[in-house]
Design a protein around this ligand. Structure first.
Ligand code: ACO
Length: 422
């Protein structure tokens, strides 16, 4: 079986011509990033001749109802709507208000939508991966909670921690599982409740983040395309630039860590900005070259939504990708970390900016420091997802059966432990 490999180079029949003067083929003589060449190629040429291919067949997202505007924030910290818009492009963010809302509950709602869109019953899912920076607990994993909530009774589940790059990493892992034949369907979720880790007295961070979840269902398919080349990177030497200092094994929760605010996000904004601007451009260029695509082949970039200026300065200015080929929705949601790319992808689908045959690059960066980019050839048409009423009813029955099974197992365990004690 042919395998889609991380780092697969362009096939012989494709053309990849960096328009550069530098020796490394990526930077000019002054070290500046170079634009990617504009030569038309066959977008599917670098996919292996035989599957399985990892196709995105279901999608969904959810954001909390409560909207917090820039003006709302100006009432609690020394900032203004104008400053936030100019420096970040953010206008509002959605924030959880109910204690019962967690990364797991948001993730399960998004995951259920993804299964419904695909018309795939939860029992068919072989793996649930939840990328999150704000897990519901250190353990059990948020992914296991989502698996139980949805009734994915035949699935393994794990959380993936790579900060805001996590969703791209999770898609890369899903692709590997599909290509290796380990699962027929993988549910990939990005879920965050950033608002509970933000210091609402710190104007340099509280303006940036929002809550939400997005999910994609990845299926093993004979249809050529889907998730292609990927580029994952890490530079742990910059770990202190973006961190949640306490709550891990290095600094477990104590009165001191709580009173000194060490359970809130700390960030060197300008340093992260410089890093992000560089890696977003480099990772996008690199994944295009690995996939053997040129700028002409590329239809849409879906970048992590952290700051519209980062997106402008990286993929739009450095790579000279036309703005209409870059999806930006940060104004509404702020930075939802691992959820930002799937939420943007869902909105791009709703706006008909993605359709069969389109070539996408998903690119993100985050704490770690970490970064990741993926090339995707999209295959599913919106018509494919229209369903008969009975298919919807079958899905609902599957969720109810999963919930009943979960309840039964809890009751069974309670009886078993009582029996053991007596
Ligand atoms: N309102 C008004 N003024 C502010 C605010 C604010 N909310 N925040 C900072 N300022 C002030 C600063 O105090 C400073 O004032 P001074 O010149 O008097 O000292 C001035 O504005 C400039 O501050 P900078 O920090 O240099 O502002 P910058 O233009 O860099 O914008 C920002 C700050 C928005 C944080 C930017 O650096 C940024 O977006 N960085 C990247 C952050 C990021 O993407 N993080 C998420 C990573 S993903 C993950 O893994 C979670």
């Amino acid at each position: 079986m042919a395998v889609i490999q991380n780092g697969t180079g362009p096939a012989d029949d494709t053309v990849s011509v960096p328009m550069v003067n530098g020796a490394d083929g990526q930077h000019d003589a002054n070290g500046a990033s170079a634009p990617v060449a504009q030569v038309r190629t066959d977008p599917l040429a670098t996919f292996p001749a035989h599957g399985p291919y990892a196709q995105m067949v279901g999608w969904g997202y959810v954001t909390p109802r409560k909207v917090v505007t820039n003006n709302d924030l100006a009432n609690i910290v020394d900032t203004s709507d104008e400053w936030i818009r100019q420096h970040t492009g953010i206008v509002s963010r959605h924030i959880v208000t109910d204690e019962s809302e967690t990364s797991a509950t948001l993730g399960a709602q998004a995951g259920r939508q993804a299964l419904d869109v695909a018309g795939v019953p939860p029992q068919k899912v072989g793996l649930v991966i939840c990328a999150t920076s704000t897990p519901t607990h250190v353990f059990p994993s948020t992914a296991s909670q989502i698996q139980d909530d949805l009734g994915c009774i035949n699935a393994g589940a794990y959380d993936l921690s790579a900060a805001c790059s996590g969703f791209v990493y999770a898609l890369a892992m899903a692709r590997s599982a599909i290509v290796a034949g380990d699962a027929e369907y993988v549910l990939v979720v990005g879920a965050e409740v950033m608002s509970r880790f933000v210091d609402w007295t710190d104007r340099s961070t509280c303006i940036l983040f929002g809550d939400g979840a997005g999910a994609l269902l990845i299926a093993a398919s004979d249809v050529k395309g889907g998730i292609g080349a990927c580029e994952l990177g890490s530079d742990g030497s910059g770990g202190d630039l973006l961190t949640l200092p306490a709550g891990g094994s290095a600094r477990p929760a104590t009165l001191e860590t709580v009173s000194s605010g060490e359970h809130f996000i700390r960030m060197d904004g300008p340093a992260v900005f410089r890093f992000a601007t560089r890696v977003m451009a480099d990772a996008t260029r690199s994944v295009l070259q690995k996939q053997g695509w040129t700028l002409d082949d590329l239809d849409l970039v879906i970048p992590h939504q952290a700051n519209s200026r980062i997106i402008q300065n990286s993929v739009i200015k450095q790579l000279k990708i036309p703005p209409e080929k870059v999806f930006i929705n940060i104004a509404e949601y702020g930075n939802t970390s691992t959820a930002s790319i799937p939420i943007a992808l869902c909105e791009a689908l709703a706006e008909n900016r993605i359709s069969p045959g389109k070539n996408l690059v998903l690119v993100g960066f985050g704490g770690g420091l970490s970064w990741g980019a993926l090339a995707v050839n999209w295959s599913v048409s919106q018509q494919d997802v229209s369903r008969h009423w009975w298919q919807g009813a079958r899905q609902q029955a599957a969720y109810r059966a999963g919930a009943a099974r979960s309840m039964w197992r809890r009751v069974e365990r309670r009886f078993a432990s009582r029996r053991d004690r007596s």
